[in-house]
Design a protein around this ligand. Structure first.
Ligand SMILES: [Zn+2]
Length: 519
């Protein structure tokens, strides 16, 4: 190597070193991002964020006909989300259209004094109060609590305080674009990956571990776009969430208001749910739930939206359907222990793989029950049961990973039909196939008392309410034909939705009306 070559090489090395040492650290980039959003003082003065006029999509709703079908996105509109950063409250209000099933839903995490409580306003059903874990959302997130912990302002402030200031930021890709990347911590100490846009200086996205009720631990990415100025604060108006490498939700908001006085109203606990809110706070784990006797040895566990059936055997119990949330399962198990002391739950039967009907399955397995799953539902149920749930940890994960591990229930797969019999009591499970809602669908029959439990196919109305012929539509026509083929003798129909009613009502609702004749 000549002197000249050596000098050139040294010069290049010096330039490279200088470039390296002046490359900004993640801390510096996070502080720049806060400045680009309007400055530390402005961001810290935000009490409430009201994001309104949202339109977009939500996936991972778990409503496919077959367990292995690819999911179509649900459409979200009129999305209005409020994060009350100063009081730890959040609200998700939206309309969802899921392949023609439309519902206006509104889940609120609020507080009475310093105690958190959930309020659920959905469709036409009465408003109810739950403990926070009892909330189940199909909005941009599974629970309003995520909005509090995962919004751009909270994350940007945490990043500016915690991002590493030792190493320079790296180049890393997010959603097809290159950004400056570094790591930091959320306020509660979670590890977080941060992506900064070198041009705008804004926070382009962040990633961290979310524990989803249905998906378990998933690496979640939050992509922040369409930053616009709102009274001197620059905020993202489009938020795209990916979980476990797949699309989750994607919503474009038309407006964001900061410290809007109207925001307060949404967190008021309505009179109709006020006493129940006190009950929820006092109980710790609470969702509305009552055990109603259907017949000898059979109870309908009526919750506020999704119900179960309890079948009593001489020395243990079986549950059909463990829906919605782990909290609902905990409330049910407590009720059962009071009413049937010394009778553990030995079995929990799954009627289908839809997420709203399986959110309590892990909770039941944690109590040691064997989960009975039809082969057609196995792909989804295995994922649900096998997943880790660490942030926060659920009861099943805690027991499995305790030292030494504590016993938990496992999954037993059956095909077509399963009969459980003990001491004169019998529960029969039948998979019916070809239903347009879900295929297969498990129905549960207790022959001693001629009771049939099914969910989503027919919702028995209040006692004595008239039933119009054919009002059940194709969802109901199909199981009626299947039940006739199985030759089951049924007097009473208990619903995973609705109540308990005479089988004759179902027959009427499931029988197509005579075709109108035209001249
Ligand atoms: Zn369903």
């Amino acid at each position: 190597m000549s002197m000249r070559q050596r000098a050139a090489l040294l010069l290049a090395a010096a330039i490279w070193l200088t470039a390296c040492s002046t490359a900004p650290t993640p801390r510096r980039l996070a502080q720049d991002a806060v400045t680009a959003m309007g400055g530390m003082e402005n961001l810290q003065s935000i009490r409430t964020l009201t994001m309104a006029g949202g339109t977009g999509t939500r996936l991972r709703v778990g409503q496919t006909q077959k367990a292995t079908d690819a999911e179509n996105p649900a459409q979200l509109k009129n999305v209005a989300e409020i994060a009350d950063l100063s009081n730890g409250r959040a609200s998700l209000d939206y309309e969802i259209n899921l392949g023609g099933f439309m519902q206006h839903r509104h889940e609120v995490l609020t507080r009475r004094g310093d105690k958190p409580v959930g309020i659920d306003y959905v469709g036409t059903r009465p408003v109810i109060a739950t403990s926070p874990g009892g909330l189940f959302s199909w909005g941009t997130q599974n629970s309003p609590e995520f909005l509090l912990k995962r919004n751009a302002v909270t994350i940007a402030l945490a990043a500016a305080a915690s991002a590493s200031d030792q190493q320079p930021a790296q180049d890393r890709e997010l959603n097809g674009k290159m950004y400056k990347y570094g790591s930091g911590k959320t306020k509660s100490g979670e590890d977080i990956g941060l992506y900064f846009d070198p041009q705008s200086k804004l926070l382009a996205g962040f990633e961290l571990l979310d524990t989803e009720t249905m998906l378990g631990d998933v690496q979640a990415q939050y992509i922040l776009a369409d930053y616009k100025s709102v009274n001197g604060i620059t905020l993202p108006h489009r938020i795209t969430i990916r979980k476990g490498g797949k699309d989750y939700s994607d919503v474009q908001y038309t407006s964001i208001a900061v410290n809007d006085a109207e925001a307060e109203k949404v967190f008021a606990i309505p009179d109709a749910a006020s006493a129940e809110a006190d009950q929820a706070i006092a109980a710790g784990d609470y969702t509305p739930l009552k055990l109603n006797k259907v017949a000898n040895g059979v109870w309908h566990a009526a919750a506020y939206s999704h119900h179960s059936l309890i079948v009593e055997f001489p020395s243990w119990l079986a549950i059909v359907e463990a829906p919605y949330t782990e909290t609902q399962t905990k409330v049910l198990m407590k009720l059962l222990q009071q009413q049937f002391p010394n009778k553990p739950v030995r079995y929990a039967a799954v009627t289908h793989h839809h997420y709203d009907h399986t959110g309590g399955v892990r909770g039941i397995a944690a109590f040691g029950a064997t989960v009975l799953v039809e082969k057609g539902h196995e792909p989804v149920l295995r994922q649900i049961l096998d997943a880790r749930h660490t942030n926060p940890q659920d009861e099943l994960d805690r027991r499995r990973n305790a030292q030494p591990a504590q016993p938990t229930g496992s999954m037993e797969v059956f095909e077509g039909k399963k009969v459980i019999s003990d001491g004169g009591q019998t529960l029969e499970l039948y998979a019916i196939t070809g239903n347009p809602h879900v295929d297969p669908k498990v129905i549960a029959y207790v022959p001693n008392v001629r009771v049939l439990f099914q969910s989503d196919l027919w919702s028995p109305g209040p006692p004595g309410a008239p039933v119009a012929q054919g009002s059940g539509g194709p969802f109901a026509e199909h199981p009626l034909a299947s039940i006739r083929k199985l030759n089951l003798r049924i007097d009473t129909m208990a619903g995973g939705h609705g109540g308990v009613g005479p089988f004759a009502d179902f027959v009427k609702g499931a029988t197509p009306p005579p075709k109108a004749t035209s001249d």
